[in-house]
Design a protein around this ligand. Structure first.
Ligand code: 13P
Length: 255
């Protein structure tokens, strides 16, 4: 059984002060929770300060991106080593917004995953089909291809800390979430692929989480699916009460 992972992707929201206010509320609301892994991904500019505010809590930090080189003349970029130094344990890689607005491809996503693992960061790798691909009946095909190229060159010993986030593009920020059974179908196919590539031992460790309009109102039914090991929350993670409710999802009897 996987420990559920509930992660908040703050995207390009919050100044340091706004982030600190949100974290102070989360500290209160999420005190004492141990059976869920809780992660927040604020903007780069807040990481160091929030790391300090989270020091005595179980809430972990993630970055939203990294560059694959160790250091050098890459104006505007941030390395894995820098992220580790400000307290990040996780890093989101290949979010659909980065693929769409910043030219990220399956190839750059693969390079970033290798760099993250080299620096001891746990990658949260985002994949997901567009509306056209879903309507053409090919979500599983598209997502499988993305997962295969993302993991190109990674051996079974390297993937246990890697998280796959299935985020259908049409469900992000639209208020239109995948139904639990739509999400479950794709998660099940990802699990099968991981099993074929890496065997049972690795798959027992790897988590597959869902993202796309996750809210307090749909979290319980999503988390009741056997292959949904957690969620990546965008908009609702900016509201402390909503995010706390999502973390405290109602556990179905199997969990
Ligand atoms: P929303 O929850 O706002 O749809 O965003 C999902 C997302 O992109 C998380 O990475």
């Amino acid at each position: 059984m996987h420990k559920p992972l509930i992660a908040g992707n703050w995207k390009m929201n919050t100044t340091i002060d706004q982030g600190a206010q949100l974290v102070m509320k989360l500290r209160e609301l999420l005190k004492g929770i141990q059976d869920i892994e809780i992660v927040i991904a604020p903007p780069f500019t807040s990481l160091q300060h929030l790391n300090f505010l989270l020091a005595d809590t179980a809430i972990k930090l993630s970055a939203q991106n990294l560059f694959w080189e160790k250091n050098g003349a890459y104006t505007g970029e941030v390395s894995g080593e820098m992220l580790r130094a400000v307290g990040c344990e996780y890093v989101i890689i290949g979010h659909s917004e980065r693929r769409r607005y910043f030219g990220e491809t399956d190839e750059t996503v693969n390079k970033k995953i290798l760099a993250a693992l080299r620096e001891g960061l746990k990658p949260i790798v985002c994949v997901g089909e567009t509306l056209e691909e879903r309507e053409a009946g090919r979500p599983v095909e598209k997502v499988s291809a993305q997962v295969r190229s993302a993991l190109n060159g990674l051996g079974p010993g390297m993937v246990k800390d890697l998280v796959v986030a299935y985020e259908p593009v049409w469900a992000i920020g639209t208020g239109r979430n995948a139904t639990p059974s739509q999400a479950e179908e794709v998660h099940d196919s990802i699990r099968e692929l991981l099993y074929e590539e890496y065997g049972m031992a690795a798959v027992n460790d790897m988590r597959i989480i869902y993202g796309g309009s996750v809210k307090p109102t749909n979290i319980d039914s999503l988390m009741a699916q056997p292959n949904i090991d957690g969620v990546l929350v965008g908009g609702a993670s900016l509201n402390a009460e909503d995010f706390a409710r999502i973390v405290k999802f109602e556990k179905s009897p199997e969990r």
